[in-house]
Design a protein around this ligand. Structure first.
Ligand SMILES: NC(=O)c1ccc[n+]([C@@H]2O[C@H](COP(=O)([O-])OP(=O)(O)OC[C@H]3O[C@@H](n4cnc5c(N)ncnc54)[C@H](OP(=O)(O)O)[C@@H]3O)[C@@H](O)[C@H]2O)c1
Length: 315
């Protein structure tokens, strides 16, 4: 697993170990796993820096030399990086499971959005991930190509880091306002949607893709919670979890922007302008994916962690 100690790896590595797989965890080794778990004692840790290895052309070869049956790639962001890994893996029989993003889709047209929807990504991140998806699915069809699967998570949520809030950014004050009955200014009508997924549900989908190559190879899958939420729906449900009714004030996006710092307003715009609401029917059908967390359950678990960590004051 490349990028094994992050949000998803913290859940996926223990899952794979407990299922009896031999796991090699690749990272720079700069950070400890997000979640401590006894399973890490059975994991081989390999220190590689992908950026440095991509720059000098050694990264793909070093990964191929590990001789894995499956490579799970969590941290590939450019087609060039994907291609150099694929070129190193050709002929080895290794299956590649790549982490994409629902941002391979631009603004939602028909919802829930299916994997077959025409790709209209915007912004460097989503555009490059869409190009990587195209490249890997074509690679799978190519005779002698690396059999590949692409999983597209929504907003990854869980204990250990801040998650997208009901105004579409990571600002913690919004959660505090909802939990303590203070007013929240929302952009628009609050009817745009966001689609979270708990990190353990992402890990579940990866585990299933790893264990079911016959169903997964050559396909891409959305990996999100059962249903997206509207921004006002998320606000109301979180407020109620703290015994409050959300006090929501609605503003034009420009008015909203004027009250937030530019980076937060930009993050909100990135989410609102896509308004994703994704279908998981395909992952359900082919992988047996069954998310354990609703969006609100995932968010509440993350909030509890932030509170316990002293980052949030929730009444
Ligand atoms: N965050 C979201 O809401 C979201 C939504 C959809 C899709 N995604 C996708 O999720 C993936 C990220 O997964 P994640 O959130 O589990 O990761 P993460 O929490 O950001 O962790 C990154 C992992 O990669 C390692 N890493 C970082 N830079 C590295 C490098 N140059 N060389 C080798 N290892 C490196 C880190 O360990 P070291 O620091 O020790 O190297 C760590 O293990 C990305 O593909 C992203 O596009 C994220």
């Amino acid at each position: 697993m490349i990028g094994a100690t992050g949000h998803v790896g913290g859940f996926l590595v223990p899952r794979l170990v407990l299922a009896g797989h031999d796991v090699v965890a690749v990272s720079r080794g700069a950070s400890a796993p997000y979640r401590e778990h006894p399973a890490w004692r059975q994991v081989e840790r390999v220190q590689l820096d992908r950026e440095a290895g991509d720059a000098d052309g050694s990264f793909g070869r070093r990964v191929a030399e590990l001789g894995a049956d499956v490579v799970v790639d969590m941290i590939c962001f450019t087609p060039a990086s994907a291609l150099s890994l694929v070129e190193a893996l050709r002929g080895t029989g290794t299956v590649l499971v790549h982490c994409g993003t629902i941002w391979v889709h631009g603004p939602s047209e028909e919802v829930p959005v299916t994997e077959e929807a025409r790709r209209t990504p915007f912004g460097e991140y989503g555009t490059q991930k869409a190009e990587i998806e195209r490249l890997l699915l074509a690679e799978s069809r190519r005779p002698g190509g690396v059999p590949s699967t692409v999983l597209h998570p929504g907003h990854i949520t869980g204990p250990g880091w801040p998650m997208i809030n009901p105004v579409g950014n990571l600002d913690l004050d919004v959660w505090e306002a909802l939990a303590t009955g203070r007013e929240v200014v929302m952009p628009g009508l609050g009817l745009e949607t966001v689609h979270h997924v708990h990190a353990d549900d992402v890990a579940q989908a990866f585990q299933r893709a790893v264990e079911r190559p016959a169903q997964a190879v050559g396909e891409s899958f959305h990996v999100v919670s059962e249903r997206a939420v509207t921004l006002r729906g998320l606000a109301q449900q979180v407020a109620r979890a703290f015994g409050q009714e959300a006090r929501l004030e609605f503003a034009t996006f420009d008015e909203f922007r004027a009250q937030r710092d530019p980076a937060s307003a930009d993050a909100s715009w990135e989410h609102l302008s896509r308004s994703h609401s994704m279908s998981i029917d395909k992952a359900r059908r082919l992988l047996g994916y069954a998310p354990r967390y609703t969006t609100v359950e995932a968010v509440l678990e993350g909030l509890e962690w932030l509170r316990a960590d002293g980052q949030l004051t929730l009444a």
